[in-house]
Write a protein of this length. Structure first.
Length: 612
């Protein structure tokens, strides 16, 4: 048995030596005329990528690495304004003859060679711990004169070679003509035409600008004019020292053309025949956040926030809507970390959002962050809407002309904004609106004034016509703010809480008892939520809160803030009496037992709740 093993080992050794001799001969063919090593240790032999290896006995051996060759033909640098990503364009051949598909891979995944799976099962590496390293090295050293190209991965204003240009999927407005922009397939529609070298008064330009102005007259100006403002405010978003802190919210029932209006507004920035492929509430919150960052100085349309019979779906849509509205208002986003725990940066919104919806968000603070445009039946002239849709292809040229005008007048616009914004905000504050609403009016008023100046200089409007549109706009902004103020008031959590308590008392689903030694009757029935006397309502916090939450659950709604936040709100608004130690609740004795209650001292709330 041992003899047989020795014979086997000897035969294996002989076979290995024979293979080495063969490989040494193969490598000999790769030497130059002087018998020296070739410049590269890598070569193709028999359809295999190989390397030469010096051996102790002298000479070189051929080591097979893979049955394919590959080369980096292009390096693309993708710059989105926050991150710079390098992509390699790789070409290859199988067995030295059969071309393999061209592929783009992130530079970070190159060395691991995991991208080989994209070439299928036939592309095969030889076994060995160091084979991957040699193949990687062979590809890199064999890729000579790789073309390096820079592409921008966002829209909007960007300084390139000391010149401000407006990026879009087709290139840039202003600056050199070789600017490259790479956007995702869905966003490639954000593309503007090149501006022809014609005079500003030429017929094609006038036709495009006239179509843009026609937007104002396709329906009630209380609807069209705020949307018009969103179109001409969006390109100035990041140019202004204070960015717009609100979003546009088109609210209306199905069939009122709200989505059609939003798409027509978006058509100023490219070819958008419909809502297909645009952002909607079926997208993940992360993808929507990422798009809000990429779509810089343009409109970001998020379509179809609608009621749902599925509670989980409805809550998911509402959470997404609330988050997006706050992100656009605060110009913020969630911070993230790289794999090494370093900061990745935030993808804060850099444009203007238009959201279409069939219902309003529920939080008071969220309502203050949107400009609600109510689209009702009859708000839109269907014939005029259809006529403008047929001319939608003219709108991108109008926007291109507007952007070129902004570039020319950028310094003037930026210098004028701070002072004019303060003037417009002060004018709006005189009516006592919620603190965020005057700023909405100021932003829209400034955008409308800038747009009218553009159309006037383009010869499309007289000065009087432009002033008249601005005056109409300011009147409409006031009407929008008044309606929004009422919505905020109606959605006040305090009013809603005590409305629910009053309803439950009226329905005899809860009760409040009179304070001891009082001749007042009990109100309501079943579970007790508090006590009352002639001037004060003493609510038992836990019992009252539980009753309100149960009511909301049965109505398939939810209360708009948490328990502690709500009690702090009552305290800050002086609706409840603060205890000596600063707490929102007091300890009183009822029938000899200590009980913690909230003392409702606001006379209006008391009368609203305690009805005999």
């Amino acid at each position: 048995m041992k003899k047989e093993n020795l014979n086997t080992k000897a035969s294996i050794k002989d076979a290995v030596n024979e293979r080495v001799d063969q490989e040494r001969g193969l490598v000999g063919n790769q030497m130059n005329e002087n018998g020296e090593d070739p410049a590269s240790p890598y070569f193709l032999s028999g359809g295999y990528l190989c390397r030469s290896k010096a051996i102790k006995e002298g000479g070189y051996a051929t080591i097979k690495l893979a049955n394919f060759t590959a080369q980096i033909t292009e390096e693309n640098i993708i710059d989105d304004g926050r991150e710079v990503v390098h992509l390699y364009n790789i070409e290859g051949k199988l067995n030295g003859t059969s071309p393999l598909p061209k592929i783009d891979i992130p530079a970070t995944t190159f060395s691991a060679l995991s991208w080989l799976s994209r070439w299928g099962s036939k592309a095969c590496l030889e076994p060995g711990q160091t084979v991957k390293d040699f193949v990687r090295h062979a590809i890199q050293t064999g890729s000579n004169d790789v073309k390096v190209l820079t592409h921008y991965a966002h829209t909007g204003w960007r300084k390139i070679n000391s010149d401000m240009v407006y990026l879009h999927a087709g290139g840039a407005i202003g600056g050199p003509g070789n600017v490259s922009v790479k956007l995702s397939r869905e966003l490639e529609r954000y593309s503007l035409p090149p501006i022809p070298p014609n005079e500003a008064t030429s017929a094609p330009r006038r036709e495009c600008l006239a179509a843009a102005l026609d937007f104002l007259d396709i329906g009630d100006r209380a609807v069209t004019l705020p949307i018009f403002c969103s179109v001409y405010l969006a390109p100035m978003t990041t140019l202004l020292t204070q960015q717009p802190n609100f979003s546009f919210y088109l609210n209306g029932l199905s069939g009122t053309y709200k989505s059609t209006l939003a798409v027509l507004a978006l058509s100023h920035f490219g070819h958008f025949p419909g809502v297909e492929g645009l952002s909607n509430f079926g997208d993940s919150a992360l993808s929507l956040e990422r798009r809000s960052f990429i779509l810089k100085d343009t409109l970001h349309l998020i379509d179809d926030y609608h009621p749902s019979s599925n509670k989980r779906n409805h809550e998911g849509m509402e959470n997404t809507a609330q988050k997006l509205i706050r992100n656009y208002s605060n110009r913020s986003a969630r911070a993230r970390l790289n794999a090494d725990a370093s900061e990745k940066g935030r993808f804060e919104p850099r444009g203007i959002m238009i959201m279409t919806a069939e219902e309003l968000p529920t939080l008071e603070s969220t309502l203050a962050r949107i400009c609600v445009v109510s689209v009702e039946a009859g708000s839109v002239d269907r014939e005029k809407l259809t006529a403008l849709q047929e001319k939608a292809g003219l709108l991108p040229m109008a926007m291109a002309l507007y952007l070129a005008w902004i570039k020319e007048n950028m310094e003037t616009i930026q210098n004028a904004f701070p002072g004019r914004f303060r003037e417009l905000r002060a004018r709006a504050m005189e009516d006592g609106f919620h603190r965020k609403l005057p700023e909405q009016a100021a932003f829209m008023g400034f955008a409308l004034e800038v747009a009218m100046e553009f159309f006037r200089e383009s010869g499309m409007l007289t000065e009087q016509e432009g002033v008249a549109i601005v005056q109409d706009g300011w009147q409409i902004f006031g009407q929008l703010a008044a309606r929004q103020q009422q919505r905020i008031k109606d959605d006040d959590p305090v009013d809603r809480f005590f409305d629910i308590i009053g309803t439950l008392l009226h329905q005899h689903n809860v009760r409040i008892d009179p304070m001891p030694m009082s001749c007042l009757p009990s109100i309501g029935a079943q579970d007790k939520v508090g006590f009352y006397d002639e001037s004060v309502l003493y609510l038992i916090p836990t019992a009252a809160w539980h009753a309100v939450q149960s009511f909301c659950q049965k109505e398939s709604t939810h209360f708009s803030c948490g328990r502690n936040t709500f009690f702090q709100m009552l305290q800050s608004k002086n609706i409840i009496a603060t205890a000596p130690n600063g707490d929102s609740s007091h300890v009183i004795k009822i029938d000899g037992k200590a009980l913690r209650v909230m003392k409702i001292i606001d006379g209006g709330v008391y009368r609203k709740t305690v009805t005999l």
